[in-house]
Ligand binder design. Structure first.
Ligand code: UD1
Length: 427
């Protein structure tokens, strides 16, 4: 298993290319199941989760080819072709590795009239049920059966009729599954209180390019007019707003500045506002978003919320930054129940953070010190890297596979900005 070694204290500066969005890619890939024509995705990030999803698609009989990108390039171009689907079962082994495998349920059901997916179970950051995915599919006309750790969804007459569903709470994944199931339903579907994340807009835009008819894109109500079939398309995956925000925090904690190439401020307004409140200077430029520091970091108070609120996926990285603020910040995590696992590790690096239920009180400290720390989930791992960049001495972050799930060639990108980082094998 690999680890990353960071010798902190270097001021980061320069430009960093921001990759295609992991969470957009993970809902664009299963759309290949909706058509027998080729779907080509450009700007697909090179990440472990994408490789796992590719294996899952191959297991269904979908062919995947990667166009000749050079090893030094960021991103890839992948063409998926689901001419003939040979299996509609997503097995435990693959779903266990990656919860997002559940996103094949809707499109597989739509295409094949039946889909069986292993139940994902809990994960490090919380319980994470899929009840809303199943209720939404039922409302669109599916029959759902649960047995032996698997969920089986069936469209009774070979295809879904479509229907109405009002989500009792906002769910990104359940919205995605419902949209992908509804696009080829026989009738009209209306989905209320859907998630409005930019990744969902990206999904709807790509489905539109494949021939889907979706109204209300970007709002909390989607009206989907089912079409008999979708065709292939070529589509560029949106920029990763969470990766962009993470590098902004990384540069800021070192007192540095960074040009986040390809980042779009309009897709990350809540993060941008939090960074401005913390005293950073942000400037949209033609090539991306420039982030610089204006002296001392200020403490802030905020709560995570569904988009357009502050993303739970940015909470850990922002917390690392606020460890160095001039005063006490208060963060409240409202989306997941167990998303403070980075706190004890940050405290081992000299941070002063107290948690009580959903709330974390971050008392700014004058310095952090390097330590050996253990990554527990993707964003928690990045928060430890960010802290390590500002810490005195050496920080070793173990269990790097978490970071490889969501940050394309992290150590290379940090090195581009002047960080002293090294990837080593733990063995
Ligand atoms: C997605 C993102 C993840 C992000 C999260 C919230 C992907 C691959 N992952 O995850 O990075 O942190 O959105 O922005 O895009 N819930 C239920 N029942 C359900 C579904 C969800 O109770 O059927 C709850 C969850 O436990 C959680 C909340 O709803 O408390 C939001 O989860 P959801 O938006 O569904 O997150 P994911 O789609 O799993």
């Amino acid at each position: 298993m690999d680890k990353i070694i960071i010798r902190g204290g270097k001021r980061l500066s320069g430009a960093v290319p921001i990759s295609g969005a992991k969470n957009a890619a993970l809902t664009l890939l299963p759309c290949a199941l909706l058509t027998d024509e080729p779907l080509t995705l450009r700007n697909l990030p090179r990440l472990a989760d994408i490789d796992t999803f590719q294996h899952l698609m191959n297991q269904f009989g979908v062919s995947t080819t990667i166009a000749g990108s050079r090893p030094e390039d960021f991103g890839r171009v992948m063409t998926l072709e689901a001419t003939r689907i040979t299996s509609n079962v997503a097995p435990y082994d693959l779903v266990r590795k990656m919860r997002a495998s559940i996103l094949v349920l809707g499109p597989m059901l739509a295409r094949m009239g039946e889909a069986t997916v292993s139940l994902p179970g809990g994960c490090a950051i919380g319980n994470r049920p899929i009840d809303l995915h199943l209720k939404a599919l039922e409302a669109l006309g599916a029959q759902i059966e649960l047995a032996s750790g698997y969920v089986r969804a069936i469209a009774p007459d070979g295809g879904l009729p479509g229907g109405r569903y009002s989500f009792p709470m906002v769910s990104v994944g359940a919205t995605e599954n419902a949209v992908m199931a509804a696009v080829t339903a026989r009738g009209k579907s209306t989905l209320h209180n859907v998630a409005r994340e930019p990744e969902i807009v990206d999904l709807c835009n790509m489905l539109g390019a494949m021939g889907a008819k979706i109204e209300g894109v970007g709002t909390s109500e989607l009206v989907i007019h089912g079409v008999p079939r979708l065709h292939g398309a070529t589509y560029r995956v949106m920029t990763d707003r969470i990766e962009a925000g993470s590098y902004a925090c990384a540069a800021a904690i070192t007192g540095g500045e960074v040009l986040l190439q390809n980042a779009k401020i309009e897709e990350m307004e809540a993060t941008a506002q939090a960074l401005r409140d913390a005293g950073l200077h942000l400037e949209p430029r033609p090539e991306g978003l420039f982030v610089g520091t204006n002296g001392a970091l200020r403490p802030i108070t905020l709560a995570t919320a569904p988009y357009p609120g502050f993303a739970t996926d940015m909470q850990a990285q922002l917390m690392a930054l606020l460890c160095r603020a001039d005063g006490t910040s208060v963060l409240t995590e409202t989306i997941f129940e167990n998303r403070y696992m980075h706190v004890p590790e940050l405290n081992r690096m000299g941070a002063h953070i107290e948690t009580s239920g959903k709330t974390a009180v971050v008392h700014g400290v004058s310095g952090l010190s390097g330590a050996e720390v253990m990554a527990t989930d993707l964003r928690a791992s990045m928060s430890l890297v960010i802290a390590g960049l500002a810490a005195q001495g050496e920080t070793q972050v173990h269990r790097l596979y978490h970071l490889d799930r969501g940050y394309e060639r992290l150590e290379e990108k940090l090195a581009l900005l002047g960080a002293d980082v090294e990837r080593l094998s733990d063995d």
